[in-house]
Design a binder for this molecule. Sequence first.
Ligand code: ADP
Ligand code: MG
Length: 477
Amino acid sequence: MTIGVDDDERAFPQAEDGKALEESWLQICSRLKGEVGEVEYRTWLTKIALGPVDGDEITLLLPTRFLRDWVRSQYGDRLSELWNQVLPAIRRVELQVARPGDPAAPPLALATEDAPVAAPSIEVEEAPRSAPEVRSDLVTTLDTRFTFDTFVVGKPNEFAYACARRVAEKPSSVGFNPLFLYGGVGLGKTHLMHAIGAELVQSGNVSVAYMSAEKFMYRFIAAIRSQSTMEFKEQLRSVDVLMIDDLQFLIGKDNTQEEFFHTFNALVDAGRQIVVSADKSPSDLSGLEDRLRTRLGCGMVADIHATTFELRISILESKAAASGVVVPGKVLEFLAHKITSNVRELEGALNRLIAHANLFGRPVTLEATQDVLHDILKAHDRRVTIEEIQKRVAEHWNIRLTDMSSARRARAVARPRQVAMYLAKQLTSRSLPEIGRKFGNRDHTTVMHAVSRVAELMERDPAFAEDVELMRRMLES
Ligand code: ADP
Ligand code: MG
């Protein structure tokens, strides 16, 4: 039986432990920032203040319940993990709303007389009194990676790009206000908005506010809670350019929509520029109030289309070049063929390859790519059909699709046809007679011959083998 207090069970009674807490928190903050990105970090996580420690549990304080719930649901687990990694004595994190009556500085229980511990560089919103900071905050939330220079232009986005440039050069021009950018996820809407913002801020003299519709709602609600809606409105209405990202978020949020509508009108009437993005065109955003949809459609509506193979290649080339890692053309082609969903995923895949190459100091090859991206590629895999194989092979060797089943026997036609048969055998579960039928009712022995002929050629001719391999990887399921 032990008598007295077990050392391990005491929290942090000494001053240096307060320091340790503070330092740990700084470390955690910097890691979180790296993980979630500057914008997220500023929006949510800078609002956290350190609270008291009780045993192995630390309390983190947030100014509002809304924020507390959000941080808990989005970052709760990660915060616990990080605390535990950085300071193993902490095993649990409790998130609480700071009471308005609390002293302005968060009650960091461990502060001692001689070493008062202030909340480390974490700003605490003195909830009810301070009005939300709009402008300064909004300018700094711009992501510096998203500029016009780093935006790769191609057919699917050239119109949106041109409109964005135009607004950045001459905000509030007739016909371009509001600018409404729309398109699917990961196609560059946010990138273009930040680029407009960056350009305008650089040109000076213009105040720019950028926020997601979600953040707009959060701020609006926070303002209502703290009875500072007037300040909120005034601050918003004093900017020269207001950009709201992902407007579809406001669907079903009637009060916030209403507020946005009034802000919108006030700004446009005062000759200020509005830029809005959404996943659909104004007319397709059912669930938004009609009068808002009508106004949104009154300026310039620019659509960003799904990427094309060419654009994907250009984007990959540009990002690979910027990374300084040599990525062979074949690998870029392979990625552009495989990951067609959106630029974000394409970029994610390339970044992973590059990180891998840097980490292990190995060159990027097709094999390594398949290996490193195994999970991503699998998610994008589909069952390949004989028709698809024929189409891809015909495209690659520049022959007509009909020649896959024609009787022509010229080598320029017969060889690709044999490759297609070979791939059909490799990649589908079709029998030789079935494959034969799809190639203009050829006999199964013809297919068999094609398969062994291609295998033989691949052994003899490495360039040919590589071609066929590339084709296979692209089609593979
Ligand atoms: P959205 O807002 O439409 O969902 P984002 O603007 O967040 O998409 O783009 C997702 C990612 O893809 C970002 O990292 C962005 O920089 C990148 N990206 C999208 N389009 C392009 C492009 N045309 N050129 C370069 N990068 C792009
Ligand atoms: Mg976006």
